[in-house]
Design a protein around this ligand. Structure first.
Ligand SMILES: C[S@@+](CC[C@H](N)C(=O)[O-])C[C@H]1O[C@@H](n2cnc3c(N)ncnc32)[C@H](O)[C@@H]1O
Length: 277
């Protein structure tokens, strides 16, 4: 694997360090889908069956960018996809291999950066990530790479925390607040409290990047916590924040984060199409 960019080296080292804790705390929630094939998106675990982001995957060549412990790709293999998992971190890929041993469902695993994808042009029908590589790789490199390896008519779908969420995170914390703390127009490379370097862009920059990569925006979904959790009173949304993004430290978003996400968009799911010609 060759990519010397500082944020890539930092994220690889940091993901190797936090991988075991991340899988211990978050794995049980997402692991279930590897056994049922019932996948769900994002912080609020909204079922794919409700959102219809990927649609039919059976018989499709699918690349997961930032597959982590491989729970999503395993579920897609269970649903008949020919999945390939790509991740930067060897420790995360080790968890993928362990899952394959547990489920008996194997698929190719590749250690690489989403900024330099080691596949030929037009190799996949679907490229996707759920809070995966597009949250940590430079989007100005990762999105054109995803577009390149898609076949004409192919789908790129990925989730990440919203730019609005990002500009309310207080220094030293990993939770959103009610005040603006970061420059919106300065978004790109964001040093997180947990030592990771995440990536985001202003909305207009995302859209121009998709257009310049030859992709058509089909949808921008902004999932909210399920209504069953109730609309939290505004008083519960405070700068004390919660722990939505404390990836290795918390297994689930806290009540304060849910309250926040009822009022403002916590995450984005983009659905993008490579035109047939
Ligand atoms: C938050 S985890 C999400 C993984 C999986 N979707 C899940 O829900 O557990 C993000 C993953 O992206 C990977 N990653 C970070 N930077 C990357 C890059 N430049 N290229 C590929 N993968 C990357 C990390 O190693 C990590 O496994």
């Amino acid at each position: 694997m060759t990519d010397g960019a500082t944020h890539v080296r930092t994220n690889r080292a940091r993901w190797n360090e936090i991988s075991d804790d991340y899988q211990r705390l978050n794995g049980p929630q997402i692991r279930q889908q590897a056994f049922t094939g019932d996948i769900s998106w994002g912080l609020w675990e909204i079922p794919e069956s409700r959102l219809g982001v990927l649609g039919e995957v059976a018989g499709r060549d699918v690349l997961e960018m930032g597959c982590g412990g491989g729970q999503w790709s395993t579920a897609l293999v269970r649903r008949g996809a020919r999945a390939v998992g790509l991740d930067l971190s060897e420790r995360q890929l080790l968890h993928s291999r362990r899952l394959a041993a547990d489920t008996g469902l194997t698929f190719p695993l590749v250690q690489a950066s989403a900024e330099a994808v080691p596949f030929a042009d037009a190799s996949f029908d679907i490229v996707f990530a759920d809070h995966g590589a597009f949250s940590f790789a430079d989007p100005l490199r990762a999105v054109p790479e995803a577009a390149r390896v898609l076949r004409p008519g192919g789908l790129l779908a990925f989730s990440h925390v919203s730019p609005i969420y990002e500009i309310t995170v207080r220094p030293g914390r990993n939770a959103p607040g009610t005040r603006l703390t970061r420059d919106y127009f300065g978004l790109r490379l964001v040093a997180e409290a947990d030592g990771l370097v995440s990536m985001n862009l202003p909305y207009g920059s995302w859209i121009r990047l998709f257009r310049d990569s030859g992709l058509i925006v089909e949808d921008l979904l902004e999932p909210r916590p399920p209504a069953s959790t109730g609309d939290m009173p505004a008083a519960e949304v405070s700068d004390a924040g919660g722990s939505t993004r404390e990836r290795a430290e918390a297994s689930a978003p806290e009540r304060g984060d849910e309250a926040w996400a009822h009022r403002w968009p916590s995450e984005c799911i983009w659905r993008l199409r490579k035109p047939t010609r």
